[in-house]
Structure formats: C-alpha cells, structure tokens
Design a protein around this ligand. Structure first.
Ligand SMILES: C[S@@+](CC[C@H](N)C(=O)[O-])C[C@H]1O[C@@H](n2cnc3c(N)ncnc32)[C@H](O)[C@@H]1O
Length: 237
C-alpha cells in the first residue's frame, strides 16, 4: 500500500483541525457547527448491527454511531489516522475501493467528509453498495458541492463568491499549508488536495451503485457547508 496523504497530517488533523471544527455549534447537543453530527442523527438514525465508517480517519464519529445503538467499525487507508481511531473503535486498514468485507456483511455504512479525498468515488460507492446488506442504509456526509471547492471563495465571513469552475470535476492539487485560521475545510485541502463532484454527479453516483435516494440535508449557515444523503440498498426479493 502506498503512503497515504493523511499520514503526513494526522497529528495536525486530530489535535488542531478537529478540535477547531468540533468546538461547538448550532445546537448544544451537536459538537460541530456545519451539520455533521445533526446529519448523522437525522439521516442515519437509531438502529442495530454494524455500522462501517468508510474513511473513518481518527474515528471521531464512533461515539455518535454507538449512541444511536449501532456497533461502530471503521476502515481507512492511512495508518497514522488509524492510530488515533484505534482508541475509539475497531478498525481495519484498507482502500475503500476494495473494502475488506464480504458482500452484504454490514448493516449500515457512513462516509463523512470523504468524497473530496477520493478521485474514484464512484468505485467507492459501488463497494459500499456491495458490502451493505439488503435493506441496509448508507449515509453520505460531505462538503456541499455547490458552495465548497476551488471555485468558491469563502474567505470573507459576510459573503461567498462563486466563480466559474463548478462544472469542472478536476482534482485540485495540494498547495501546502497557508497562514491563518484552521478553517472548515480549506486548510485540509491546501495540505492534501481535493476532488470535486457536482451535485448531479454525487446523486447519480449513489443511484448507479443501486442505492435508493431517501432524504437529503444541508448543514451550516448562512451558506451551507455540508450536503448529506440517506440512501437504502433495496431489500432483495
Ligand atoms: C477528510 S478525512 C475524514 C476523516 C473522518 N471521516 C472525519 O470526518 O474526521 C478523509 C479520510 O479519508 C481517508 N481516505 C482517503 N482515501 C481513501 C481510500 N481510498 N480508502 C480509504 N480511506 C481513504 C483519508 O485517509 C482520511 O482519513
């Protein structure tokens, strides 16, 4: 396995980025201000059985998943991110395009802030569809494709500027850390680069994996930062 991009930033991601992102937000019961925890509660919801987090990183959502009654497990390609995650949930190191699980083996899957790291996100969602049991739920939580990306300038708190480029689904390379704040996602993307998919591509990716769209949510204000989807693998028969 090649060295993962997040191996180089795992310590910063855990101690600075996540500490900033999860310092308090839209409602007292939710730790973040951009709608991730709310999306997990509203779109994943209570349940039983295994819930696999694909691209679990340092595993900060395991507690939320367990609070919903589910058994949290995680997969990530970065060994250094998994060192932190191992204190929070059972994990496996692996590539999301070849998940180390049998077909129909897991009851639910979540992917939190991962599509921007995955140039082959279509293959990843196909894999998620494979490992989910019939009737199982997939919750995607990602940056909002319409308002976050190389085309979106959100550096000023009072306005967001959308430049041409939304339709350009290219990979934006890392440019290295910048000075200043930790930011919602900018500082991560400066360090590791970013994939961008349009809203239509994201929804079509889920549909083409054989998953049925159920519900969507947007988080963060006044301009949304996250876009989330609940989809189901159809029950067989
Ligand atoms: C932005 S981080 C999100 C981590 C965690 N879900 C969170 O929200 O804190 C993206 C994660 O996806 C992982 N990742 C990227 N490509 C991957 C792949 N092909 N297979 C598995 N994990 C991958 C990275 O190592 C990183 O931990």
């Amino acid at each position: 396995m090649t060295r993962a991009a997040y191996d180089d930033i795992a310590d910063w991601y855990e101690s600075e980025f996540l500490a900033h992102q999860r310092r308090g937000g839209e409602a007292r019961e939710f730790a973040d201000s951009i709608g991730i925890d709310r999306a997990l509660v509203d779109l994943l919801g209570p349940g039983t059985g295994t819930c696999l987090e694909v691209g679990c990183g340092t595993g900060v959502y395991a507690e939320r998943v367990r609070a919903l009654g589910r058994q949290a497990i995680g997969v990530d390609i970065s060994g250094r991110m998994l060192r932190y995650a191992a204190e929070r949930l059972p994990t496996a190191q692996g590539d999301a395009t070849r998940l180390p699980f049998g077909s129909g083996a897991v009851d639910a899957v979540i992917g939190v802030m991962i599509h921007s790291d995955m140039p082959a996100f279509g293959e990843v969602v196909d894999e998620i569809g494979r490992v989910l049991r019939p009737g199982g739920v997939f919750v995607h939580v990602g940056v909002h494709p319409c308002f976050i990306g190389a085309f979106a300038d959100r550096s000023e708190p009072t306005r967001s500027v959308i430049r041409p480029g939304y339709l350009d689904e290219r990979w934006t390379p890392a440019v290295g850390p910048t000075r200043g704040g930790v930011g919602v996602s900018g500082q991560v993307r400066h360090r590791v680069g970013a994939a961008h998919y349009t809203l239509a591509t994201l929804l079509n990716t889920i549909a083409r994996a054989g998953l049925q769209f159920v519900e969507a949510a947007e988080g963060g204000a006044p301009t949304p930062t996250t876009f989330s989807v609940r989809a189901l693998k159809p029950a067989s028969g």
